[in-house]
Ligand binder design. Structure first.
Ligand code: SUG
Length: 446
């Protein structure tokens, strides 16, 4: 098989904290106010990246965003020098300061939707940055995300970039978390499954309690811009959104011709499976019944927020968080699945507790980009996780990250200085140039 799937993981930023920012994400609201350990969070993410790179997968790194976002706070009327902006925001609008300090850009499955070149009309890889308009702390990510992606995938003969859709509920877009690309090979023409939570215009089926973050209108716009030849749209079951499944990647994951999902994931599931089966010329489906794993256990364990990776010979490997081993029904199900002669050959377990407490599992932390060999060669090389880069990054985290952070620390001007010093060093380490606002401001008050 030619081509590959590269995983680009978001490096956890130094302001990682538990702000309770994401209504509908039960881990985020349930852990609000707990102290966080940004250093452990970043090292946990790097350990997973290293393990997958060691297994032979192409592994890249996406840098964190500049937080606290002082430029955002200035836009809300806080003035003076940077320390003054932070102090005034902490006093007058602490929730705004916390939101502007979220390290949520680590969950890069929400950074963009990516259509591989085999699927698109012009034969290029297309990226649409997600607007993430449903949550304020995430709606401020798209500009930096666009800059970063363009710095890494800069070759216009291979890569096309689209900005975030209009910031309106009609076009709520959460990126790859609601998008599954299925194909017989990474560089072959594939089928793109777009899962939406709600139809903004003319749809009556919707969750009652928690928000549907992705709309059909957004998914269609992304597919149109990318020139996707074969798109399938399906609505996410609104009941599971109300049970805490705030993105499709909390209830299903697919790779190549394999779809692993809960039986409650989709509205009208049989028709979707049949359509995918026809279009792919054979879908290998692993559908998990509620009698084996309840939706609550799926949300608790993040079983479906796993990475489904090609293990060769038509077999698959599943990368799951520790919480799967700690949830008896899920662990028993996985053992039974391994014992069968089905697509699953291997399960790997990683400790991602710091991210998991904010509702971010292995799949949230990575953006998948299927690439031909020529496209892979055109990616900015500095971001590939080599053993040397892993060593450099763990050392960098050790030097710059705190091991305890709470909301009360966010106004500390020393923290801002630490972040900027760290990011300056990081862009040099990755060879990315000046991608951050503070690096671009001439004479900026650092
Ligand atoms: O958008 N959590 C993220 C988690 C994103 C998970 N991504 C995928 N499933 N692909 C979110 O809800 C919590 C931040 C806080 O509360 O501090 C947060 O943003």
């Amino acid at each position: 098989m030619a081509g590959c799937e590269a995983n680009f993981d978001g490096l956890v930023g130094p302001t990682h904290h538990y702000g309770g920012h994401s209504f509908g994400n039960v881990a985020s609201t349930g852990n609000a106010g707990q102290p966080a350990n940004p250093r452990a969070a970043a090292l946990q993410g790097l350990a997973k990246m290293k393990a997958l790179a060691d297994l032979g997968y192409r592994q890249g790194v996406l840098p964190p965003h500049e937080r606290p976002a002082v430029d955002v706070l200035r836009g809300f009327g806080f003035g003076g020098d940077d320390a003054g902006v932070l102090a005034a925001a902490a006093k007058q609008a602490p929730q705004l300061l916390a939101a502007a300090s979220s390290a949520s850009a680590m969950w890069v499955a929400n950074a963009a939707t990516v259509s591989p070149s085999g699927d698109t009309a012009d034969g290029r890889v297309h990226f649409s940055v997600a607007n993430l308009q449903n949550k304020f702390h995430r709606a401020i990510e798209h500009e930096q995300t666009g800059r970063t992606l363009k710095a890494i995938f800069g070759d216009a003969s291979h890569f096309a970039h689209h900005p975030a859709l209009a910031m309106h509920p009609a076009f709520g877009d959460e990126g790859a978390a609601n998008h599954t690309r299925l194909a017989r090979a990474y560089d072959a023409a594939g089928v793109e499954l777009f899962v939406y939570g709600q139809r903004h215009w003319g749809g009556s089926l919707a969750p009652q309690h928690y928000p549907a973050r992705q709309t059909l209108e957004a998914s269609q716009a992304v597919a149109r811009r990318h020139g996707v030849r074969d798109a399938v749209y399906v609505q996410q079951n609104p009941d599971v959104i109300d049970a805490g499944v705030f993105h499709n990647d909390v209830i299903s994951v697919g790779n190549l011709d394999v779809l692993f999902c809960h039986e409650s994931a989709f509205v009208g599931r049989d028709a979707v499976y049949a359509e995918l089966d026809t279009k792919l010329g054979g879908l290998r489906l692993i559908e998990v019944p509620a009698t084996k794993v309840s939706v609550d256990d799926a949300v608790r364990s993040y079983l479906f927020n796993s990475q489904l990776l090609d293990a060769g010979g038509g077999r698959m490997r599943l990368v799951v968080p520790e919480e799967c081993r700690e949830t008896p029904a899920v662990w028993a199900y996985l053992q039974a699945l391994l014992a069968q002669d089905g697509p699953l050959a291997d399960v790997r377990v990683y400790d991602l507790k710091q991210s998991m407490r904010n509702g971010g599992g292995p799949a949230c932390l990575r953006l998948r980009v299927a690439l031909t060999d020529a496209e892979a060669a055109a990616v900015h090389p500095g971001i590939w996780l080599t053993p040397a880069l892993y060593e450099a990054l763990t050392g960098w985290v050790g030097r710059h990250y705190r091991d305890r952070l709470s909301e009360a620390d966010l106004a500390d001007p020393q923290l801002l200085l630490e972040v900027r010093t760290a990011l300056d060093e990081l862009t040099a380490l990755l060879g990315l140039g000046s991608i951050y606002p503070f690096q671009r401001l001439e004479g900026g008050s650092r």
